[in-house]
Design a protein around this ligand. Structure first.
Ligand code: GLU
Length: 468
């Protein structure tokens, strides 16, 4: 049988990175097995579902390159199908209409609680012969088996067992005629021929109910794999309070999709000691039985480390395509300076995020009128005048502008003035970049360009003159 998995988020907020991780596992499993991956939007809760959240799901999946073979399906577009199934169940008595009033249900609940029992519907309307007008409001309930057990072999956790006595007759259609969430999931998994349901462990309690309904419909029961939670460093469920949880926020904060994917795959899955995985490697090596049973702790430092790795190891041209957005956000006009892939090569090792890179590359494109106060105090002093004048003359005389020729100029200047390379490099760096931090001085000067470098040395010399 062809393997088929699905990612079925409810569009009620941001696309949470915990959901993305289960999506990634479903996607990798399908890709690993040569199967298919379905995207299904579970928007039955009309009050909480929003168009913006649907867009965030699609945007996030596209950004991460998690492509789907079918869908996106929308549950709200399938109501007639769900209702047709419910009508059939009413005919064959696997579901029944329930007219119990709120009041009766409340009293039942109170009595059960007073006895110390778990509150559950008592099946009052199952076999009721009471007359009801056709327009009398009612819900439809699934006739759950009274006895026996639901046992399934979770692919991550092993066998899980529920007693049918613990499960009551679930409402599958509300008074307003809309089908309920747990029911829609079952019909969808059945119709879409899902073979493996990979989802968060917060759905474990839904599983026996879904299995019972599925069996009633005559559907094959899929395999289930319930993925453990992601916790923050305090052991609490990862929430906004601890930082970003929405995947789009990670993009906007300057992460590469490769870094986030690599981070998430390792957060709960391992393959020996390997930390860095290409997408192809993940697809080849992924297996559900190597998933952790226990919860995983989110480690922001590790994600930054991976991001720095990918920024500095992926082809600079590619990284530059992701950098563009952040450069625009900084309002930098790149027409007047080096190509962005140059910036990636120059700053890649030094930056943990693309946002940081965009914020620290301005001097390659824009002139500035102020120097960092401490840097200027230390390096733009009268003793630097001679050095800057010599280096300026030599740079101006260059007919070939390469990092190598720039390096030679700095070297010759140091030798001529009997000082170390650093004594030339630092004033030059402050003159050209405004502060003490930049990549190696030869490549920095080269990227800034010949005429711009000369002009900035002039400005630095003016600045020194004004300090005297
Ligand atoms: N829509 C559910 C959620 O977003 C997922 C349900 C499922 O995977 O079965 O939590």
């Amino acid at each position: 049988m062809k393997i088929k998995t699905r990612f079925s988020p409810s569009p009620t907020g941001e696309l949470h990175i915990g959901s993305v991780r289960t999506a990634l596992y479903s996607w990798l499993f399908a890709r690993n097995m040569g199967g298919r991956f379905v995207l299904r939007i579970e928007d039955t809760n009309r009050e909480r579902s929003t168009q913006r959240a649907i867009e965030a799901i699609i945007e996030g999946m596209n950004w991460l390159n998690l492509d789907w073979d079918e869908g996106p399906y929308f549950q709200t577009k399938r109501f007639s199908r769900y209702n047709a199934v419910i009508d059939k169940m009413l005919v064959n008595n696997t579901a029944y209409k329930c007219y119990c009033s709120k009041d009766r249900l409340e009293k039942l609940r109170e009595a059960q609680m007073a006895r110390g029992d778990k509150p559950r519907y008592d099946g009052h309307c199952r076999d009721s012969q009471d007359y009801h007008a056709t327009n009398e409001p009612c819900v439809v309930r699934f006739h759950n088996p009274d006895n026996g057990f639901v046992i399934f072999n979770d692919l991550i956790r092993g066998p899980i067992e529920f007693s049918n006595r613990e499960l009551d007759d679930l409402i599958i259609r509300r008074t307003d005629g809309s089908p309920t969430y747990n029911f829609c999931v079952v019909v969808d998994d059945f119709d879409m021929q899902i073979t493996h349901v990979i989802r968060g462990d917060d759905h474990i309690n839904n599983t026996p109910r879904q299995i019972n309904i599925l069996k009633t419909l005559g559907g094959p029961v899929p395999h289930y794999a319930h993925v453990s939670m992601i916790l923050d460093t305090n052991g609490k469920k990862l929430s906004k309070r601890q930082g970003a949880v929405g995947v789009i926020q990670y993009r906007d904060d300057g992460f590469l999709p490769e870094a986030l994917i690599n981070y998430l795959v390792r957060l709960g899955w391992s393959h020996g000691d390997q930390e860095i995985f290409s997408i192809d490697e993940m697809k080849r090596q992924f297996s559900l039985n190597a998933l952790n049973k226990s919860a995983s702790i989110f480690n922001a430092e590790k994600l930054l480390w991976l991001n720095n790795h990918y920024i500095s190891h992926l082809p600079a041209d590619y990284v530059a395509t992701h950098l563009v957005k952040h450069i625009e956000q900084e309002g930098i006009n790149i027409c007047t300076g080096p190509h962005l892939s140059e910036i990636v090569k120059l700053l890649g090792k030094r930056c943990k995020t693309l946002k940081e890179m965009a914020a620290s590359c301005r001097y390659f494109y824009e002139d500035f009128s102020e120097f960092d106060v401490d840097a200027a105090k230390k390096y733009l002093s009268p003793v630097a005048v001679k050095t800057l004048e010599v280096v300026r003359a030599k740079l101006a005389a260059l007919t070939e502008w390469t990092p190598k020729s720039v390096y030679a100029v700095i070297d010759q200047t140091a030798k001529e003035l009997h000082v170390s390379m650093g004594k030339v490099g630092m004033p030059l760096r402050v003159a050209l970049t405004g502060n003490c931090q930049s990549p190696a001085i030869d490549v920095t000067v080269h990227a800034i360009g010949q005429s711009r470098s000369i002009m900035r040395i002039n400005l630095a010399l003016d600045f020194i003159a004004q300090q005297e």
